[in-house]
Design a binder for this molecule. Structure first.
Ligand code: XMP
Length: 318
């Protein structure tokens, strides 16, 4: 029978045998998979694991600094790299979802590659790939899912890096990854985090990206997510977030007519992201959240709730 304790023990031994005194580089995303992969490698090889956490400027509000501190607190050898400006430049003028994904993927490779080259004599690239990623990238060769949206979690590093790949979570499902993290004593909030797409808020800002739009969406998202936490709903939802629509609508404030942005809120239940149902959040919660967003976030005067399930609607709007 599979148990997380036995998995950790075996994997640590395997990693030690495989890696010896070699140096390993790993990109942390703030998500569950890369964090658990990092902890396993940390247990196995300690300081020879070099973690890089890139701020693409498209993370949630305060996420970069908060999560970086958390990583340091876990004893990880981690370097935070703030490349927000680089990503914003790369995205300038792009509205097509796939072009945005490509631009972000390429910018990530540039930044990561540059950082990895600073680690002398690094031999391995570690990745937090889990079993469903493996399946999806296999289907990428012909299956329909991959042609819908190009996820860039698997593969994608330039050939010239010539690093060997190590993927300690390759055989696991998400719930097993969480159990492995728990058995290593990792923080419950970190392990319970909702999935968040690699391209981040860029695919939740429909159309082109500007620093101001990122700021607005970060504020809206923070009100929504903190509200879910405060209401005890966060853990009941598989994934939640806000979408900034490329639409202005008319409103009134006092005697003034306003013409401002509209945001959509999305919360879904799912087990693997392949199918998903919209969550029947309590009306009182939606009412309070809508008021809070409109009162607190300048530039937004309308909130709508997405009541579409997948299929046919995808979880992300882009
Ligand atoms: P969709 O929108 O396809 O999303 O229903 C399914 C799951 O995948 C996430 N997602 C992405 N993750 N890069 C990622 O790393 C991407 O380009 C991407 N697009 C969607 C989405 O957040 C959901 O969890």
């Amino acid at each position: 029978d599979w148990t997380p304790n036995a998995f950790v023990q075996e994997t640590v031994e395997d990693l030690q045998a495989k890696l010896g005194d070699d140096k390993v580089v790993l990109g942390l995303s703030g998500g569950v998979d890369s964090s658990v992969a990092a902890m396993l490698l940390h247990k196995a090889i300690g300081k020879n694991l070099y973690c890089i956490f890139v701020n693409n400027g498209l993370l949630r509000k305060n996420e970069f600094s908060d999560v970086l501190e958390q990583y340091k607190g876990m004893g990880l050898n981690v370097k935070g790299v703030d490349a927000s400006a680089h990503f914003l430049d790369a995205l300038a003028g792009l509205s097509d979802p796939e072009k945005k994904r490509k631009a972000i993927g390429n910018a990530f490779i540039e930044v990561f590659d540059q950082e990895a080259h600073l680690i002398e004599d690094v031999k391995w690239l570690a990745q937090g790939t889990i079993y469903p990623d493996v399946i999806e990238s296999v289907s990428a060769t012909g299956g329909p899912s991959a042609t819908i949206k190009s996820h860039h979690n698997v593969g994608g590093l330039p050939d010239y890096m010539k690093l060997k790949i190590v993927e300690p979570l390759r055989a696991l499902f998400k719930d097993e990854v969480r159990r492995v993290g728990t058995s290593m004593g990792m923080d419950k909030d970190l392990l319970g985090r909702h999935p968040f797409p690699g391209p981040g808020l860029a695919i939740r800002i429909l159309g082109d990206i500007t620093a101001e739009k990122v700021r607005i969406l970060q504020e809206v998202d923070a009100v929504f997510i903190n509200g879910l936490r405060d209401a005890g709903l966060y853990d009941k939802v598989w994934q939640a977030g806000a979408i900034l629509l490329p639409v202005n609508s008319v409103g009134v404030m006092g005697d003034e007519r306003t013409y401002e942005k509209c945001v959509a809120l999305r919360a879904v239940e799912s087990t693997d992201g392949m199918t998903a149902d919209w969550v029947n959040l309590p009306y009182e919660f939606l009412q309070k959240t809508s008021n809070d967003i409109i009162n607190k976030v300048k530039g937004v005067n309308r909130v709508v709730y997405d009541i579409s399930s997948k299929p046919p609607a995808t979880i992300e709007w882009e």
